[in-house]
Each structure stands twice: as C-alpha cells, then as structure tokens.
Design a protein around this ligand. Structure first.
Ligand code: FES
Length: 106
C-alpha cells in the first residue's frame, strides 16, 4: 500500500498507508491526521481540504482541473503548489507522497 506523509504547519509529521485509489483527503481524515476539514466529503465544493503538494512531487501530481481551480480561489494562503486533497488520488506510483498542510482551512 502506498504511503503518504503529511507535514502539519507546525512541522509535525504523520505517515499513513492507504489502499491505491484512496484520495489524499480520505488518507488524512480516515487516519486521524488533523488539518483537513473536508466539509463536503470530497465533492470538490467546499475547499476545506486545501493542501500543499511538496515541491518534489508537484510535477508528478500535475495541475488541478478547471473545477478544482475555481474552488482554489476560496482557500486561504493560496500558493502555486496548492491543491484540494480530495482531488488527488493515490496510486502505487505516488508511494511516499509528501503533503504539507496549511495553518488553517477557514
Ligand atoms: S472535501 Fe470539499 S473540496 Fe475537497
């Protein structure tokens, strides 16, 4: 199972293992990783699952689609590597993915 490392704003690291096909939001929420609210449950309509893809993984993860891009307008502290974690699906090629979490979702 691929692993995902979450790095909180204060530097706290959490590593979880998830089944391929799990999105990054569920990887966090289902494993008790704090910092992602995911109010809409993954429907790409709340922007409370904002995360930053670690620079080393940014090219592999790719860019948000148009709908996600529009939702990203609502996040605080938008950065070039901002993504909505519910829109990133983990597969075996992403084993070791590093995700940084913002200080706040709202
Ligand atoms: S969980 Fe709502 S946009 Fe990702």
């Amino acid at each position: 199972m691929p692993s995902v490392k979450f790095i909180a704003h204060d530097g706290t690291e959490s590593e979880v293992h998830v089944a391929a096909g799990t999105n990054v939001m569920h990887a966090a929420v289902d494993n008790g990783v704090r910092g992602i609210l995911a109010d809409c449950g993954g429907a790409c309509s709340c922007a409370t699952c904002h995360c930053y893809v670690d620079e080393a993984w940014q090219e592999r993860i790719g860019s948000p689609d148009e709908v996600e891009e529009q939702m990203l307008d609502f996040v605080m502290e938008l950065q070039p590597n901002s993504r909505l974690s519910c829109q990133i699906v983990v597969d075996d090629s992403l084993d070791g993915l590093v995700i940084r979490l913002p200080a706040s979702q709202i």
